[in-house]
Design a protein around this ligand. Structure first.
Ligand code: HEM
Length: 341
């Protein structure tokens, strides 16, 4: 008898907790998820329009893919993939893109997003968000330079805030230790395996300015992990970088324009340009993945694609959160540059 009354009490408790869970979902409905066919009705030629801009831009300006991939990553890690990095500063607001780490984001990334957005505004005005434009443009550019395909879902909304101060502590710096980097990626919910795939994929293309790696080259004792030939080449290249700070080197000195796994082979041979990349080949937590990816490009592509898919939905805004911006560098209705601090 005592047992059956206990059971009854338990059932009542369970039912009441279920009904309160239901009410709270009703009061605060979950934002809708992203979907692959989000623009099927509202902008059916969406992807064709993107391609008409992306393909010729990358062919004529091969630096576009790397610029856009870095832009996308720097956007997603700060408050989610919401195009907040694209907002321009004004008299009232110093935006994310004017934080020191973002000042080296190359103009081609911003340029391609502006062009795609303008073409889409002609095709279907006010429909496609800047954050969706950045996500699909990045994916298509990676494919165009030989990288893997991954699925992009749509329906991201553009953020209503962009503050330089939000960037601190969210992105990696070239003077970090491997401990710092692992902790940073952990804070964004990436495993070490995903981290290695992303960093390798990011740095198998593109450039770095001398200031990001010259501490490895000069001084009484250059970094012994730099291959002597590369050391010689980088030293010659960066000798006058104080008078010309724009001097930069390919992050993957062997196949800079192709998306491939050579970056990992390079790292095993001391051919990493950034100290943080080279450290992946020596740290026992990351080296096994560097070795695996150097051996097996298919595996690297699979892991990179999965990690990019994960990145592309990181802390996204959907439904009635945020807005669809009319132009990517300004909020629609916030002349003062977004929420105040
Ligand atoms: C702790 C991790 C990371 C550090 C310390 C780091 C650091 C850097 C640095 C110092 C540069 C050179 C910037 C310049 O001098 O202009 C760079 C370039 C680049 N990074 Fe990273 N990065 C990291 C992770 C990533 C990830 C995860 C991605 C993408 C998935 C990525 C994509 C890129 C790309 C594509 C470039 C070349 C940009 C261009 O050529 O315009 N990085 N990174």
């Amino acid at each position: 008898m005592a047992n059956s009354s206990l059971l009854l009490q338990l059932i009542i408790l369970l039912l009441s907790s279920l009904s309160s869970a239901k009410t709270s979902t009703k009061n605060h409905p979950l934002p809708p998820p992203l979907t692959t066919d989000y623009y099927a009705k509202s902008c059916p030629r969406f992807h064709q329009v993107v391609q008409t801009i992306v393909v010729p831009k990358q062919s004529t300006t091969p630096t576009t893919a790397a610029a856009t991939l870095r832009l996308f990553f720097h956007d997603c890690m700060v408050g989610g993939c919401d195009a907040s990095v694209l907002i321009a500063s004004n008299a009232y607001n110093k935006a994310e893109r004017d934080m020191d780490i973002n000042e080296s984001l190359a103009g081609d990334g911003f340029d391609i997003v502006t062009r795609v957005k303008m073409a889409l505004e002609i095709e279907c005005p006010g429909v496609v968000s800047c954050s969706d434009v950045l996500a699909i443009t990045t994916r298509d550019l990676i494919l165009q330079i030989g990288g893997p395909h991954y699925e992009i879902k749509f329906g991201r909304r553009d953020g209503l805030e962009s503050k330089a101060t939000n960037v601190e502590g969210k992105l990696g710096r070239s003077n970090m230790t491997m401990n710092d980097i692992i902790r940073l990626f952990e804070s964004h919910k990436y495993s070490v395996r995903e981290m290695v795939a992303l960093m390798g994929g990011g740095h198998t293309i593109g450039f770095a300015h001398c200031k990001e790696f010259q501490s490895r080259l000069f001084g009484p004792k250059p970094d012994p992990s730099v291959h002597p030939k590369l050391l010689e080449r980088l030293k010659a290249m960066c000798a006058n970088s104080s008078s010309d700070p724009t001097v930069s080197a390919f992050l993957d000195p062997i196949s800079p324009g192709n998306f491939d796994n050579l970056i990992f082979k390079n790292l095993l041979n001391g051919l990493g340009v950034l100290g943080t990349d080279q450290a992946m080949a020596s740290d026992p937590r990351t080296r096994p993945f560097v070795e695996e990816y150097a051996r097996d490009q298919v595996l690297f592509f699979r892991d990179f694609a999965r990690a990019m898919e994960k990145t592309s939905v990181y802390q996204v805004k959907t439904g009635n959160q945020g807005e669809v911006r009319r132009r990517c560098d300004a909020f629609n209705n916030h002349p003062k540059g977004g929420k105040s601090a």
